[in-house]
Structures are given as C-alpha cells and as structure tokens.
Ligand binder design. Structure first.
Ligand SMILES: Nc1ncnc2c1ncn2[C@@H]1O[C@H](COP(=O)(O)OP(=O)(O)OP(=O)(O)O)[C@@H](O)[C@H]1O
Length: 351
C-alpha cells in the first residue's frame, strides 16, 4: 500500500495531496495542470515536496527526516516518452537497473519473454516503434524489481493501434504479476479498462478517491469523468453460449445475454452500461424486444441520475439510469423503490 500526503507551493499552484493506493491499478485522473505529474514525481523521488509523508508498504520514502533517492524507493517508472538510453541496445537498457539492484538479472529471461522483447534485444531505441519503446521501458522498470510501478501517461504518445497493442500487457501486469500500479491518464477509456481505484484531482487537491466501480455509479462523482461517462461498470461471469449463438453471463442482477463473445465459461468480464442506455419500469415489462431486464432497487436520486442496486443484495453492484425529473415524479422513484432496469446496450471492456 502506498500512502501519500504532501504539500507543495509552486508560484501558480498550491498542492495539498493526500491519498492511499492499495493493490491493483490506481488511476490519478484530473484536468491538465491539476498536479498529477507533480504527485508522481514526489512519489518517485524526482522532486522534494515542501512537507509531507510518503510511505510504501510501511517503509518511509519521504518525511521531515527522510528523503530516499529514486533508486532506493523500489519504484519503477514509465513515462510518456520512454526515456531509454539512445546509445544502448534494448538488452543494455533492460540490464541497466541491475547496476544497483541485485537479483534483477535473475528475472531477465522471464520479463523478456513476458513482454515479447526477445526479437528486439540487439536493436537501439531509435529503430523501435513507439509501442516497442514503451514495452522496453516497462521491461526496464520491472527489472528494477519494483514494489510499485508508476506510469505517467504511458500511452499518450501512441496512436490507437499501438495503444491497443500495449493495453493487454498492462492488464497482465495487473492480473498476473499483481504489481501495484499508479497510473496517470487523461483518457477515460484507459481508466475504465485498467483502473481498480481512482483518485480524482482538481487544482492541486484530491477531491475523491475510491473504487472505480463506486465512482462510476455515483450520481455526484461520475460526471467528473465526463458527462457522457456516467453509468456503471459491473462484473459478469461467462456461463456459455446459447443455442442462437448469444453468450449467457451472470451478473449481480441476474443473467444477461451478450452478443457472441466466444469466451470460456468462468471468464470474468467488465461490462459498461451507460446511464442513458437504461430505462426504468416499475412493473415487469412484457413484450419488449430488449434482451436484458434486471430487477433493481433505487438507492439514490440526484440531478436526473438514479442510482440502482442490482439484485436484492443492496451491498452489491450499482448502476445509474438517466431519467428526466418528470419520469422520476411519474414513477414515484425514491430510495427503496423496486424497479426493472431495461438495458438497451452493453459494451464489454475486457475480452
Ligand atoms: N517546477 C515547476 N515550477 C513551477 N511550477 C510548476 C513546476 N512543475 C509544475 N508546475 C506547475 O504546477 C501545476 C501542476 O503541474 P503538473 O505537471 O503536476 O500537472 P498535471 O496534472 O500533471 O498536468 P498535465 O496533465 O498537463 O501533465 C501546473 O500549473 C504547473 O505549471
């Protein structure tokens, strides 16, 4: 667990940052200039905040008595520009951290294989594509045997094709190596696909931090990710194909049918259901073409967004429906109202 509290004054901005990053991917999200890179630099030891305390797994990295140098912090960094040494081969770049971290060489073959870097080892960074450079930078960061990987807009300089190429590697770091990652991004699609926790920043401050799924289904916070992004991210487990080729999945709200996914039973998916794709009915609807109708309970009504708990267990997953004030009144929706959510469209984020 990374625990961060610090203050710092730049001429144009006073930063007062406090958040915890548990395991998984923690996304630092906020508009340009809100202080994301400054937070990353303070954590990685690349700048010294005026005051504060930063610790990683209980070890103090920075406080009023301690200020560990970057290489002593067990943090691997990947930046937008890969920052590889141009005169060294990929292999030499990858071996660089073993200068100060014993044991790094031991993992060389495993990480080269994981990131498919074998064919690139003798090349120099200037001859690599942007995606290959970023993969090398990720490999070099992993070979420093980090307890935390810090990534500052690692995909921002890549085109859509290269982004799609790198994304699965990041998912493997999250799911297979289970390395905690602090991830700075402007991109909502990246945050939706990768993050487990989100830290929302504005003008040098953290305005909220918590699980991504809770933020997306919060009528007050979801619009911070962008007005069109309000909705839900719910989890579904693949059950198997139906006779007509549709894929049957189970969710906290019951079974749903998705277009043919051709995925093995048991596979867990992230489903994105946007608030404006959900219609509410008080009685079970009959004769509808919609395939996915879930029983839900209203938990909050705010600013045209209705928060819903899926299924009967109110602790379970939440989603949002965008409803006009007139409909809220007509349906007499209030916390505790039971309804049926007609889901017009679902997108699968991980396949
Ligand atoms: N060394 C510095 N000296 C003075 N001001 C600085 C310095 N570094 C950053 N700032 C200012 O601090 C603010 C936060 O910058 P920072 O780079 O952390 O923002 P950011 O959220 O990462 O932005 P972006 O998304 O555009 O990268 C900005 O107003 C920036 O101009």
């Amino acid at each position: 667990m990374l625990e961060v509290t610090f203050r710092h004054k730049f001429p144009g901005l006073a930063l007062d940052v406090a958040f915890d990053a548990p395991g998984g991917v923690t996304a630092l999200f906020g508009p340009s200039g809100c202080g994301k890179s400054t937070a990353i630099n303070a954590i990685a030891g690349l700048m010294r905040p005026d005051q504060g305390r930063i610790s990683l797994d209980g070890h103090v990295l920075f406080d009023d008595r301690t200020n560990l140098p970057p290489q002593a912090r067990r943090i691997g960094c990947v930046f937008q520009d890969a920052r590889l040494f141009p005169h060294m081969t990929v292999a030499a770049n990858l071996r660089y951290p073993s200068r100060w971290r014993r044991g790094a060489a031991r993992d060389f073959d495993r990480i080269v294989e994981m990131l498919a870097l074998g064919p690139l080892l003798q090349r120099r960074p200037g001859t690599l594509s942007g995606g290959e450079r970023q993969r090398t930078a990720i490999g070099r960061a992993l070979l420093s045997d980090p307890a935390l990987l810090v990534m500052d807009e690692p995909l921002a300089a890549l085109d859509e094709t290269r982004k799609t190429e790198i994304m699965p590697w990041l998912e493997r770091l999250r799911d297979e190596i289970r390395l905690p990652i602090l991830y700075v991004s402007h991109s909502v699609p990246e945050v939706l696909r990768l993050a487990t926790t989100v830290v929302l920043m504005r003008q040098g401050r953290v305005i909220h931090s918590g699980p991504l799924t809770a933020i997306l289904a919060d009528p007050e916070l979801a619009p911070q990710l962008g007005a069109r992004e309000a909705g839900a991210l719910i989890h579904a487990t693949v059950e198997g194909p139906e006779a007509d080729g549709m894929t049957r999945v189970t969710t906290a709200g019951g079974p749903m049918l998705l277009p043919d996914l051709n995925l093995a039973p048991g596979r867990v998916l992230r489903l994105r259901i946007l608030a404006h794709e959900v219609i509410l009915a008080r009685a079970a609807p009959q004769g509808l073409s919609a395939l996915n109708i879930l029983p839900v309970t209203v938990t909050r009504v705010q600013d045209g967004l209705v928060q819903l708990a899926l299924g009967t267990d109110q602790q379970h997953e939440r989603m949002l429906a965008q409803i006009t004030p007139r409909s809220v009144k007509a349906l007499q929706l209030q916390p505790g109202s039971t309804c049926h959510a007609i889901v017009k469209s679902v997108s699968v984020l991980r396949s």
